[in-house]
Design a protein around this ligand. Structure first.
Ligand SMILES: NC(=O)c1ccc[n+]([C@@H]2O[C@H](COP(=O)([O-])OP(=O)(O)OC[C@H]3O[C@@H](n4cnc5c(N)ncnc54)[C@H](OP(=O)(O)O)[C@@H]3O)[C@@H](O)[C@H]2O)c1
Length: 281
């Protein structure tokens, strides 16, 4: 654990008010990093800041939409004024939207009819589809471009992106999200190769299934039972359970440690209870 201490380094965590990245931010703070929390909703970020404060540490909240280049640049300037250049960037902001999820696993001929009440690919609102792609892809690319520039000036830095099981094979019903998370992994490889001469390592973590506010509705019923989709996932996860956010911390500590992971760049690491290893039968 001592090898993972921050010694006054600065980490910027986007999506820091969320299920997975709130514990990530708390973990960095507990290891002596200056922690910057980025998101769009102050209340969510404040909850994370309160958890960090409960451990006796401070943090900085910066409201910014990661799709908005000017807002992220402004954020980076405020962060630089306070802490200097960012050492570590965690691109955690992202996720899906329910209006970009199809109601069936496969094409249903009824979706070609006027007034079809369900949601198929053909009746999906393309502006929401585009928004999911933009949030996950441009919401990763934009902070990378802005914070990595400072890192490149200093000749060192480290970035972790958030991929998904969809990176490897698209799950049913989530076309925009699957497309975007495949893109995140591809981008991780491109950026790692491009920025290696600048002394910057870029990797991704691919969480398996962790229940968050949005996925809870897809995976569990209001009474807390598993939905058929939730059951399917648990059946296909050899450890037969969902992950806990804290179970990502070891991987992120390793990937962001310049000694332990000195020669590691461009990879996407699954933390998935074995989901990718199982053929499901
Ligand atoms: N949970 C899982 O099972 C799972 C699995 C694989 C991958 N992931 C990925 O892991 C990351 C974290 O997921 P999570 O489960 O913690 O989701 P979450 O609880 O919904 O947290 C995501 C956070 O991102 C922020 N965010 C979303 N869009 C943003 C934007 N445009 N600008 C700034 N902040 C934005 C949200 O806050 P605001 O809305 O307030 O901005 C939210 O706090 C995401 O990239 C997700 O796709 C999750």
């Amino acid at each position: 654990m001592n090898g993972y201490m921050g010694e006054g380094k600065t980490v910027v965590v986007t999506g820091a008010g969320g299920t997975l990245c709130a514990p990530v931010a708390v973990d960095f703070a507990s290891r002596g990093y200056n922690v910057v929390l980025i998101g769009r909703t102050r209340e969510k970020l404040q909850r994370t800041a309160d958890m960090i404060a409960a451990g006796g540490h401070g943090s900085m909240i910066v409201l910014a939409d990661v799709r908005d280049e000017a807002a992220v640049r402004d954020a980076s300037e405020r962060i630089r004024d306070r802490f200097g250049a960012c050492d570590v960037l965690i691109n955690g902001a992202g996720g899906n939207q329910s209006a970009a999820v199809t109601g069936t696993d496969e094409f249903d001929a009824r979706e070609l009819e006027d007034g079809y009440p369900g949601r198929g690919f053909f009746s999906m609102d393309m502006s929401v589809f585009r928004d999911v792609v933009e949030t996950n892809i441009m919401g990763t690319v934009i902070p990378t471009r802005i914070f990595a520039r400072d890192m490149a000036h200093r000749g060192r830095g480290c970035i972790v992106n958030f991929a998904s099981m969809n990176t490897y094979r698209p799950l049913s019903r989530v076309p925009a999200y699957a497309l975007a998370k495949a893109g995140v992994s591809n981008w991780t490889q491109w950026a790692a190769a491009y920025l290696a001469p600048a002394g910057i390592r870029i990797n991704a973590v691919a969480p398996g299934f962790f229940v968050n506010e949005r996925s809870r509705k897809m995976l569990t019923t209001p009474s807390g039972e598993l939905t058929p989709r939730g059951e399917h996932i648990i059946h296909n996860t050899p450890m037969h359970r969902f992950g806990e956010a804290e179970e990502l911390l070891g991987c992120i500590r390793w990937l962001t440690d310049d000694d332990a992971a000195a020669f590691v760049t461009g990879i996407t690491v699954p933390v998935d209870g074995g989901f990718l290893s199982s053929a499901g039968l």
